[in-house]
Design a protein around this ligand. Structure first.
Ligand SMILES: C[S@@+](CC[C@H](N)C(=O)[O-])C[C@H]1O[C@@H](n2cnc3c(N)ncnc32)[C@H](O)[C@@H]1O
Length: 234
């Protein structure tokens, strides 16, 4: 959490059916192939520390700490005028990418800490980025809190990222409340705290925009999917 001088309380192998194969005759060329050193003219230059996880990280508790890849945070920042004033659901590691002026952590508890005092005083900087924890009812509660705070005038513009859970009451409320939404044309490979991408995501995502600069949101998010205006911006 950054203190800005304001009162703040913030993987699996593809398994084919086992086939019964007759043992191969051990020819000289086969013998050569299995005993000679492995050489690969196209040896990978990838950094093993940053390769993606294919599926789950063993033992990891998934969705609460899937961080947003920088490309999407950058788009949100652009849509919000260049500054993210508050990220209410975050961690110090996640904020290395989000770079919000203020971020709240589990220890702060964004459900218990008032958001208003955490936001910059300058109206144009009263912006919120949110990628909530997804487990249990946390996502629902976070979305409802975000919408309530926007309706109360706590912040002037915001973007939140959720799964495309169109059947849920909170997603329907978001559709009825937001200025615009971007339905992604792909599944986001979220980042783990170690910076590796996770490719096991089974859902598409949606970015909801609240604010009065529809053009900025459209320009920032067209690259990620279809942008739909939901409310007339007066
Ligand atoms: C899906 S991650 C998103 C992190 C970051 N906002 C981003 O966009 O990359 C959700 C974050 O919320 C944090 N979190 C969970 N419950 C919280 C709470 N009650 N208050 C604040 N943060 C919370 C988790 O520790 C995690 O870092």
């Amino acid at each position: 959490m950054l203190d800005i001088g304001q009162p703040m309380g913030y993987h699996y192998l593809h398994k084919e059916p086992q086939r019964l194969l007759a043992p191969l005759p051990l020819t000289p060329s086969l013998l050569m192939a299995v005993t000679s050193p492995l050489t690969c003219p196209m040896a990978s230059t990838a950094n093993a520390n940053r390769l993606a996880y294919v599926g789950k990280v063993p033992g990891a508790r998934d969705s609460d700490s899937w961080f947003t890849p920088a490309v999407y945070v950058d788009s949100a920042r652009d849509a919000l005028g260049g500054i993210i004033g508050l990220d209410p659901f975050s961690s110090d590691a996640a904020n290395e990418v989000v770079d919000a002026v203020t971020h709240l952590t589990v220890a702060d508890d964004a459900f218990a800490t008032p958001w208003a005092p955490c936001l910059p005083r300058n109206k144009t900087l009263k912006t919120v980025w949110m990628n909530p924890p997804y487990s249990g009812k946390l996502c629902r509660d976070a979305v409802n809190l975000f919408i309530d705070q926007y309706a109360a005038g706590t912040f002037t513009a915001g973007v939140f990222l959720v799964n495309n859970s169109t059947e849920t009451s909170w997603f329907q409320r978001a559709m009825a409340s937001a200025t615009a939404v971007c339905f992604t044309n792909h599944r986001i490979a979220f980042w783990n705290a170690d910076g590796k991408a996770q490719s096991g995501n089974t859902r598409g995502q949606a970015f909801f925009y609240f604010g009065n600069n529809l053009t900025a949101f459209r320009n920032a998010f067209t690259a990620h999917g279809t942008v739909v205006a939901l409310q007339e911006v007066l």
